[in-house]
Design a protein around this ligand. Sequence first.
Ligand SMILES: Nc1ncnc2c1ncn2[C@@H]1O[C@H](COP(=O)(O)OP(=O)(O)OP(=O)(O)O)[C@@H](O)[C@H]1O
Length: 154
Amino acid sequence: MVRMKNCSDNRRNKRKRNDEDKVKESPKSDFAALSFLKDAKNRLHVSRPREVVDARNDVPIVMMEQEIMEAINENPTVIIRGKAGRGKTTQVPQFLYEVGIGSTGCPLGSGIIGVTQPRCIAVTATAKHVAYELGLQLGKEMEFYYKKSRVIFC
Ligand SMILES: Nc1ncnc2c1ncn2[C@@H]1O[C@H](COP(=O)(O)OP(=O)(O)OP(=O)(O)O)[C@@H](O)[C@H]1O
């Protein structure tokens, strides 16, 4: 599980330092999939508008991109727990998209990056927001559906 950190909490800061030590002790470079994800040629080019770049800097989860991607690389299932508005829904799909997950040749599997939402209105709003942040055309490069299952597919 990746748990999002609250910097004002001393206990969590202590845990953060411990986590950093663990990362130093166990280099992750042996994983084939991680090599793929780190290889710049597999990354998809995303050109975000300046205001999007600035806005994303204020979203807490963006600072945890590397930690989250390493967890995804090493585990079949990853649970990310964090307060509302921290960026789980809108940012994690962007992390995946940018490194080429879902694209042909990815060792973690090709296909789609799928996001679910519990309400129709959230489906539309989230899809529009993520498409805007990634500079993708909704309906062409990114799709969304809300039928009985209320599932959004990006
Ligand atoms: N449709 C939207 N329009 C504008 N800004 C949005 C939209 N959706 C999300 N955001 C912005 O992105 C930030 C992260 O939102 P996101 O939905 O990814 O958080 P979350 O951690 O998934 O929250 P929750 O647990 O409630 O689903 C929000 O704080 C908000 O500033």
